[in-house]
Design a protein around this ligand. Structure first.
Ligand SMILES: CCCCCCCC/C=C\CCCC(=O)SCCNC(=O)CCNC(=O)[C@H](O)C(C)(C)COP(=O)(O)OP(=O)(O)OC[C@H]1O[C@@H](n2cnc3c(N)ncnc32)[C@H](O)[C@@H]1OP(=O)(O)O
Ligand SMILES: Cc1cc2nc3c(=O)[nH]c(=O)nc-3n(C[C@H](O)[C@H](O)[C@H](O)COP(=O)(O)OP(=O)(O)OC[C@H]3O[C@@H](n4cnc5c(N)ncnc54)[C@H](O)[C@@H]3O)c2cc1C
Length: 615
C-alpha cells in the first residue's frame, strides 16, 4: 500500500492549470521518448545491488570508493542489459539525454564517469580510422577502462604550458613519456588513481629536439591482469574534495615510460616511422574533446538544476512556517513571494538551458560534420559559443542550486536532502573543462574580433550579428518581448564596445596590447555574459515580473512534477513525490550509526572523567 501523499501536495496538484504529462513529453522529445525513458529507468532501477543499505555519507573515504566501484559494475551491466535492441541509436540517446539515472546510484558521481564522458569521446575525436576501430571495440565493451589525463599539478588552464614530454625515438619507433618535474605530474583526472588502466595523455611532443606542440597519446598505465602500475609509472589518489569523492581523481608521473609509435592518436597530426611530423590543419583540433564536453555540460546543468528545484518546490509546498496574516494559520512557504522569486527563476532557467543545449548540440553536430569534410570555417564560433554557454550555465546553475538549498532552511543543509551533493556536482563544473573566467575571456576574444570586423563592414555570424546592428543609443525599448530583446542586444553591444574603447585607451596611454587586454579583462568578461541571451529563450518574458510569479504560483508543483524525476533519482528526504518530509527526515536520521546505542563509548572514555575533573 503506497504511503499517503501530503495533503498540501494533493491540493497543489489539483489546482495545476495545465497537462503535466504533455510538458513531460515535450521535454523528452515526444510521448514515445517518455515511454522509452521510463521503461529504461524501470528496468535499471529494479536491479539488485544498486542501492546502499548504509547511506554512503556514513562510510569512510575508502569505503565510499569501494562501494562506488561495486555499484558501477552492477549499474553498467544493468544499463547494457536494459538496452532495447529495436531502438535506434538516436532513440537510445534520447532516452538517456534527459535521464539522470546514474544519480539514483551515485550521489557523488561514478568512478567510470571519465571513461564515458572523455576517454571514449577523445578516441572518437582524435584517433585515425584504424586506431578508432581497435580502441573503440575494447573501450565500448569495457575490456579496458580509460580516463583523460591533461591537467598537471602545475598547469590546468594553460595547455601550451603542459610539462609532460613525449620524445620520439626513431631507432625504436617509440615515444618516451616523461614527467621532468613534480609539477609535470598529471593531477586531477577522474578514475586515474585506482580504477582505470588506460588514459589519453596530452603531452608536449618533441622530435629531434624540436617542439611539435601538444598531442594526444593513448597510454596503458596498469597491467590488465594484475592492475599493478607498469614500470616507470607513479600513481595515486589526490585526496578528499568538496564533491566528486567517488570519482577517484588521481595523479600520474612518468619516468622515461616508452610506448609504441601507433599510440599517438593520429587523426589530426601524424608522426611517420622516420620521425617526419605532419602538422594538423589546425592545432586547436587537438582541443576538440574539451569542446564536446562543454556542450554536454550545458545539458547536464539543465537536468541537475531541474532536480534541485523539484526538491525545493515540493518541500516549499509542504513546509508551513510563520504568519502572513494574523489568525490565518501558518502559510505554505511557497506563498511568500520571496520564495517564489528564489525558485521560479530556477524552473525557467532549467527550461532555457534545455532549449539552449539542444540548439548548441545541433551546432556542434553540424560543425563536426563540416570538420570531417575539411571545412573548419565555423570552428572558431563553436569554440566561442561553447565556452560562453558552459561558463554561463554552470555559474547560474551553481547560484540557483545553492539558492534552492538555502530556501529549504535547516533541512536543506542535511545531506539527506541531497541538495548539498547536487551543489558539489554543479559547482565543480565551474572549474573543470575550462575554468569559467578563462572561457569567458576566450569568448571575449571572439567578440572583440567580431566588433572590429563589423566596424570594417564585414558580415558577422548569426550569433554575433547583434554587433553589426546600428542600434541608436537613444533606443527607447518598451517591455514587450521585442522591446526586451532589443534592450538586451543594445546592452550587449554597449558592453563589447565599452571594453574595446577601454583597451584602445590603454594602448594610447602606452601599454602593450597584452597589458591593455589584461587591464580591460573585467569588462571583457562582463561583455561575454550577454552573448548567451538569444531571442528564443526570452520570448516568454511577460510585462511585469511579480505578475508573472503570481501566474506561475498555482502551477509550480505541476511544473516540477513535469520534470518527471522518480524518488530514487531525487534521492532526497525533502523532494519525494508523496511529500512525507518529516517521516523521511526521521527515517534517514535513524540510519546514523551514532543512533545504534543511547550512550556512546566516548562518554565513559572522555566525557565522564572530564566532567568529574579526572582528565
Ligand atoms: C553535470 C554535467 C555533466 C557533464 C559530464 C562531465 C563529467 C566529467 C567530469 C569532469 C571532467 C573534467 C575534465 C577536464 O577538466 S579535462 C581538462 C580541461 N581543461 C581545459 O579546459 C583547459 C582550458 N584551457 C584551454 O582550453 C586553452 O588553454 C585556452 C584557454 C583556450 C587557451 O588555449 P591557447 O593558449 O592554446 O590558445 P589562445 O588563447 O592563444 O588562442 C589561440 C586561438 O585558438 C583558438 N582556440 C582556443 N581553443 C580552441 C578550441 N578548443 N577550439 C577552437 N579554437 C580554439 C582561440 O579562439 C584563438 O583563436 P584566434 O583566432 O583568436 O587566434
Ligand atoms: C572536479 C574536477 C574534476 C576534474 N577532472 C579532470 C579530468 O578528468 N582530467 C583533467 O585533465 N583535468 C581535470 N580537472 C582539472 C580541471 O580541468 C582544472 O582544474 C581546470 O582546467 C583549471 O585549471 P587549474 O585548476 O590548474 O587552475 P589554474 O589554471 O591555475 O587557474 C587558477 C585561477 O587562475 C585564473 N586564471 C588562469 N589563467 C587565467 C587567464 N588566462 N586569465 C584570467 N584568469 C586566469 C583562473 O580564473 C582560475 O580561477 C578536474 C577538476 C575538477 C575540479
Amino acid at each position: 500500500m503506497s504511503a499517503k501523499v501530503n495533503d498540501d501536495l494533493l491540493t497543489e496538484r489539483r489546482k495545476c492549470e495545465f497537462n503535466v504529462e504533455e510538458l513531460t513529453n515535450y521535454l523528452d522529445g515526444g510521448a514515445q521518448a517518455t515511454q522509452n525513458r521510463r521503461k529504461l529507468e524501470d528496468k535499471v532501477l529494479s536491479t539488485k545491488g544498486l542501492f546502499d543499505e548504509v547511506p554512503e555519507e556514513y562510510l569512510s573515504h575508502k569505503e565510499k570508493y569501494e562501494n562506488a566501484v561495486r555499484k558501477a559494475v552492477v549499474y553498467y551491466k544493468a544499463m547494457k542489459e536494459a538496452e532495447d535492441p529495436n531502438q535506434t541509436e538516436q532513440e537510445r540517446a534520447n532516452a538517456t539525454y534527459r535521464s539522470l539515472l546514474h544519480a539514483a546510484v551515485f550521489k557523488d558521481n561514478s568512478p567510470f564517469s571519465l571513461h564515458l564522458a572523455m576517454f571514449i569521446p577523445a578516441i572518437l575525436g582524435q584517433a585515425d580510422e584504424e586506431q578508432k576501430k581497435y580502441w573503440m571495440k575494447r573501450a565500448s565493451k569495457m575490456e579496458i577502462i580509460g580516463t583523460y589525463a591533461q591537467t598537471e599539478l602545475g598547469h590546468g588552464t594553460f595547455i601550451r604550458g603542459l610539462e609532460t614530454t613525449a620524445t620520439y625515438d626513431p631507432k625504436t619507433e617509440e615515444f618516451v613519456l616523461h614527467s621532468p618535474t613534480l609539477t609535470a605530474y598529471k593531477w586531477w583526472p577522474g578514475s586515474l588513481a585506482h580504477t582505470a588502466n588506460y588514459c589519453v595523455v596530452m603531452a608536449h611532443l618533441y622530435i629531434n629536439g624540436k617542439s611539435c606542440g601538444i598531442q594526444p597519446f593513448i597510454v596503458q598505465f596498469r597491467d590488465e591482469e594484475t592492475h599493478q602500475p607498469l614500470p616507470g609509472i607513479k600513481l595515486g589518489e589526490i585526496g578528499a574534495k568538496l564533491g566528486f569523492n567517488t570519482v577517484n581523481n588521481g595523479f600520474l608521473g612518468f619516468d622515461q615510460h616508452r610506448i609504441p609509435r601507433n599510440r599517438m592518436l593520429m587523426k589530426n597530426a601524424q608522426v611517420l616511422k622516420d620521425g617526419t611530423f605532419k602538422r594538423s590543419p589546425n592545432s586547436k583540433l587537438t582541443y576538440g574533446t574539451m569542446v564536446y564536453v562543454r556542450v554536454v555540460i550545458v545539458n547536464g546543468m539543465a537536468n541537475q538544476l531541474a532536480r534541485a528545484v523539484t526538491i525545493a518546490v515540493r518541500y516549499s509546498a509542504v513546509r508551513r512556517q510563520s504568519e502572513l496574516k494574523p489568525d490565518a494559520g501558518e502559510p505554505q512557504i511557497l506563498d511568500y513571494v520571496t520564495q517564489q522569486h528564489k525558485l521560479f527563476i530556477g524552473i525557467a532557467s532549467s527550461h532555457a538551458f534545455t532549449l539552449t543545449a539542444k540548439w548548441l548540440t545541433r551546432m556542434y553536430q553540424k560543425v563536426t560534420a563540416d570538420l570531417e569534410k575539411g571545412n573548419l570555417d565555423e570552428l572558431p564560433e563553436l569554440h566561442a559559443i561553447a565556452c560562453c554557454l558552459k561558463a554561463v550555465t554552470t555559474t547560474d546553475t551553481s547560484v540557483l542550486v545553492e539558492r534552492s538549498r538555502t530556501s529549504c532552511g535547516g533541512h536543506g543543509y542535511m545531506l539527506s536532502s541531497n541538495l548539498p551533493q547536487i551543489y558539489g556536482l554543479v559547482t565543480a563544473a565551474c572549474t573543470y573543462e575550462g575554468e569559467n573566467t578563462v572561457l569567458m575571456l576566450q569568448t571575449a576574444r571572439s567578440l572583440v574580433k567580431a566588433l572590429e570586423q563589423a566596424q570594417s563592414g564585414k558580415r558577422l555570424s548569426p550569433t554575433m550579428s547583434y554587433l553589426s546592428e546600428k542600434v541608436s543609443s537613444r533606443l527607447k525599448w518598451d517591455n514587450s518581448i521585442d522591446g526586451i530583446v532589443k534592450g538586451f542586444r543594445r546592452v550587449a553591444y554597449g558592453k563589447v564596445e565599452s571594453a574595446m574603447r577601454s583597451m584602445r585607451k590603454y594602448v594610447r596611454s602606452g601599454l602593450g596590447p597584452e597589458d591593455a587586454w589584461n587591464m580591460s579583462s573585467v569588462q571583457l568578461v562582463a561583455a561575454s555574459e550577454y552573448t548567451s541571451i538569444s531571442e528564443a529563450d526570452i520570448r516568454q518574458l511577460q510585462d511585469t515580473y511579480e505578475d508573472l510569479l503570481g501566474k506561475i504560483r498555482p502551477n509550480a508543483v505541476g511544473l516540477v512534477d513535469a520534470f518527471d524525476f522518480r524518488d530514487q533519482i531525487l534521492n532526497s528526504t525533502l523532494g519525494a513525490y508523496d511529500g512525507r518530509v518529516y517521516e523521511r527526515l526521521m527515517e534517514e536520521a535513524l540510519k546514523s550509526p551514532l543512533n545504534a546505542e543511547p550512550v556512546n563509548q566516548s562518554f565513559h572514555k572522555y566525557l565522564k572523567p572530564f566532567m568529574q575533573g579526572k582528565l
